[in-house]
Design a binder for this molecule. Structure first.
Ligand SMILES: *[C@@H]1O[C@H](CO)[C@@H](O)[C@H](O)[C@H]1NC(C)=O
Length: 422
């Protein structure tokens, strides 16, 4: 016979069951909710990779390399990549070398890093495309042998001069403004300009380099066997979409705007997009294209090196961000936005090449004049530029930018660098 429970025991048992139910639903609920984005992104990637989300996915496969593909072929191109020794810069440089680029010029902070990257890329190309035969192999990777530290404008000038006088360099078809730093502290500021570091490195130094590269970019049309037009490819970021981080009236964080390293990063990346727009406005009439690309969420050292603001106890977050394989792309996949921007001649100037699924996926192109109703910039009476057309923009609220922003930043940067891009 089962003993009848006392009311007290009954209450206890009910409480236990209730606790177990709550515990179970919280656990399952949490597990379920946290796996939803994972499932959505992975399912999306699966469909994307099979071309079921629109156009067929654009990616470089091993059958394309060594000149086996007509469409994915970099012949005739002389490509300059800043930040070419790691992350998407390295992967893009390597892929373009394997796709038979005429020349891939590596710009690295630290010249031994460039020498190392060149050796790695050469070895891979020699073994894949020349079956290891040394006598047939001719490297297409150029290491100018100088440090390209974007923190130092004088060094940038020396580097550009060295490149111009490098044997065999008569033109540049593609300038990839790829190098970037993230989440650096406000002090010490840049030694040369006194500017906030991310703005200096990511935007100002690239503006300067672009200006110095103009003669080589313009030389394309004069060279037989070169590709038809040259272009500037600016690498922006998802962070560029934060509309509240860019403030031209206090761009150097000196007039009391509160500083957060990620705000400054977003500002520098928005400056990249505004610059890409400026290049489109001023150089496209002269035949030079301007494209922007962003790599979504790609696992690179950006996440490792620069999260200074994290207290010691939370430093594991940067490892999670840097090594998170669930939500992020590999450097190779992240570099495909860059590679497509360079190789796909059908992309018109003023386009933005982004991952299919916002943060991950194969590259898709937002073409000019393709604005969607949810681009709230229209409502605010701003000009909606193609670089800001991203189908997911509503997540961040209004983020059109005005012609005044583009021109204001341009005039300001001309003032700092003493040169112009036009
Ligand atoms: C940026 O701010 C710093 C600190 O006030 C100042 O020293 C520097 O000159 C400023 N740079 C520019 C270009 O305004």
């Amino acid at each position: 016979m089962v003993r009848k429970l006392t009311p007290r025991e009954l209450r206890q048992r009910r409480a236990t069951i209730k606790f177990a139910k709550i515990f179970l639903s919280l656990t399952v609920g949490f597990w379920f909710l946290s796996s939803v984005p994972y499932i959505v992104i992975r399912a999306g990637s699966y469909l994307d990779n099979r071309g079921l989300l629109g156009e067929a996915p654009w990616t470089v496969k091993s059958k394309d390399i060594c000149g086996h593909s007509l469409e994915k072929n970099a012949e005739g191109r002389v490509i300059v990549v800043t930040g070419a020794n790691s992350g998407i810069g390295y992967e893009a440089a390597k892929t373009l070398a394997l796709l038979n680029a005429d020349k891939v010029v590596l710009g690295c902070r630290g010249k031994e890093k460039c020498a190392y990257s060149k050796a790695m890329i050469d070895a891979e190309r020699q073994s894949l495309c020349f079956k290891g035969f040394e006598k047939d192999f001719e490297s297409n990777v150029i290491d100018p042998g100088l440090n390209l530290d974007l923190g130092d404008l004088e060094g940038v000038e020396k580097w550009a001069t060295a490149l111009s006088s490098t044997e065999g360099i008569t033109y540049v078809s593609d300038l990839v403004l790829n190098a970037g730093i993230m989440s650096t502290p406000l002090e010490p500021r840049n030694e040369g300009t006194g500017l906030e570091n991310q703005l200096h490195t990511n935007h100002v130094a690239h503006f300067y380099l672009t200006s110095l590269m103009l003669p080589l970019l313009e030389s394309v049309s004069a060279v037989e066997d070169a590709v038809k037009s040259s272009k500037v490819v600016t690498i922006a970021s998802l962070a560029a979409q934060s509309p509240f981080s860019f403030d031209l009236s206090d761009i150097n964080f000196t007039k009391g705007r509160s500083f957060a390293s990620l705000t400054a990063y977003s500002q520098s990346k928005r400056a990249n997009l505004l610059f890409a727009q400026h290049v489109h406005d001023s150089l496209n009439p002269k035949g030079i294209k301007s494209l922007a690309a962003h790599p979504g969420y790609t696992r690179t050292s950006l996440f490792h090196n620069n999260w200074h603001f994290l207290p010691k106890q939370l430093e594991f977050i940067k490892d999670l961000a840097a090594e998170n394989t669930l939500f992020s792309m590999s450097s190779f996949d992240g570099s495909m936005m860059t590679v497509r921007a360079i190789l796909d001649e059908n992309i018109p100037s003023g386009s933005y090449v982004t991952p299919m699924l916002y943060a991950v996926g194969t590259p898709v192109v937002s073409k000019p004049k393709n604005a969607k109703w949810y681009n709230l910039g229209y409502e605010r009476g701003e000009v909606m530029y193609p670089f800001m057309e991203n189908t997911w923009s509503w997540i961040w609220g209004g983020f059109g930018y005005s012609k005044e922003d583009v021109e204001g930043l341009n005039v300001w940067t001309e003032g700092i660098t003493g040169v112009s891009v036009k």
